[in-house]
Design a protein around this ligand. Structure first.
Ligand code: PLP
Length: 387
């Protein structure tokens, strides 16, 4: 008789973004030229200073275990960056260095959530938030954000979703998948609500430095008992595989999240931590050229998509995804549409349903402008056949 799995696994669904990648790979192996607009990772080379620091760390023998919360000099560099950029003061005890923003989020979630707690998740949402809540035995409660508000989270919507069980709200700005970027004027009332009703707000700022007309914005200036900030080097310095992120927050929460980390992954690779130190000191300017290229791509994609009959696309304010409305096709079934586009146009995109909003697709613009032009042309031709 099979031994079976933990009950909590029944509430997890496989990552839809990974599934698109797998199907695109399958087609590629058959020799098909697929334009992959699925991935959520930068296509830029690692900045030289960051590469060199990693190589140096290996040569200098930075191989032993380090402190669970991260190298002290790196924690200081992270705190210094928030001080310089946002005039926010964090002590080293309020900083946890982690294996990407994802592990920082997960360690914080395990540190603050108990079974039965409710976690408010603005929708559309990043695919891992509901999974993280479930793995902690907590319940995700979705808070709608609407296209007429450019998918910006409204305090009234948060207020409406509150219950005596609400323990935390996760705010992702700039947002994956919508690109919505909340201004300080929008962050403030959300934090006031958290103070008034006594819940945590976890700000996932992994795309902080990928912004367009306005930015960068952070909730760091509102630091306090309710505020937890998560950041990452994955997007800003094009090192998603090096797994380096961090959490900033009240000392008690950071101490608890560090305990989780110490009993699980221990700490991120010391080589990555040394590279991060370079990224946050000498490599501070490395994101600007990437941002400029993303902006050109964003404009190309938004213009191209809006020129297709039946497609409506808001310009993302940050991150590197377009989240167009294609509900005019397949009766709004985004999974059927994504499958059709992969088979017919050989263009891979992630169905909006994975992010809690059917009728949309997420198209990443982390590929060349030439590929994007080709991809949009293929979409146009394939969509024209089913209109
Ligand atoms: C919204 C959001 N948060 C967090 C992450 C985690 O990034 P990492 O763990 O690479 O820092 C991602 C990655 O795609 C993301 O899209």
């Amino acid at each position: 008789m099979p031994l079976g799995l933990a009950d909590r696994m029944g509430r997890l669904s496989p990552s839809a973004t990974m599934e698109v990648r797998r199907r695109a790979e399958e087609l590629r192996r058959k020799g098909v030229e697929v334009i992959d607009l699925g991935p959520g990772e930068p296509d830029f080379p690692v900045p030289d200073v960051v590469q060199e620091a990693a190589v140096r760390a290996i040569a200098e023998g930075h191989a032993p275990y380090g402190p669970a919360a991260g190298l002290p000099e790196l924690k200081c560099a992270i705190a210094a960056r928030y001080r310089e950029d946002y005039r926010a003061q964090f002590t080293p005890e309020e900083v946890l260095v982690s294996c990407g923003g994802k592990m920082a989020l997960f360690s914080v979630a395990l540190a603050i959530l108990s079974p039965g707690d409710e976690v408010l998740v603005p929708s559309p949402f990043w695919v891992s938030y509901p999974a993280m809540a479930h793995l902690c035995g907590a319940k995700p409660v979705f808070v709608p954000t609407l296209p007429q508000d450019r998918f910006h989270l409204k305090p009234e919507a948060v207020q409406e979703a509150l219950s005596p069980r609400t323990k935390a709200l996760i705010v992702n700005s700039p947002s994956n998948p919508t690109g919505a970027l909340l201004s300080p004027a929008e962050l403030e009332p959300i934090i006031s609500l958290a103070q008034k009703h006594s819940f945590y707000v976890i700000f996932d700022e992994c795309y902080e430095l990928i912004f367009y007309e306005e930015g960068p914005y952070s909730a760091a200036p509102y630091r306090g008992e309710n505020v937890i900030i998560v950041g990452s080097l994955s997007k800003s310095h094009a090192v998603p595989g090096w797994r380096l992120g961090w959490a900033l927050g009240p000392e008690g929460v950071i101490r608890a999240a560090t305990a989780v980390q110490s009993h699980s992954v221990t700490h991120p690779s010391t080589v990555s931590q040394r590279a991060a130190l370079a990224a946050l000191t000498e490599g501070r300017d490395a994101t600007a050229p990437m941002r400029a290229e993303y902006l050109a791509r964003r404009d190309l994609v938004v213009e191209g998509l809006n020129a297709i009959p039946g497609v409506e696309c808001l310009p993302p304010e940050g991150a590197f995804y377009a989240f167009p409305d294609l509900s005019a096709f397949f009766g709004g079934d985004s999974l059927a549409l994504a499958n059709y586009l992969l088979e017919e146009a050989h263009v891979a995109a992630v169905p909006g349903r994975a992010f809690g909003r059917d009728g949309h697709l997420r198209l990443s613009f982390s590929c060349s402008r030439e590929e994007l032009r080709k991809g949009i042309e293929r979409l146009r031709a394939a969509l024209a056949k089913i209109r």
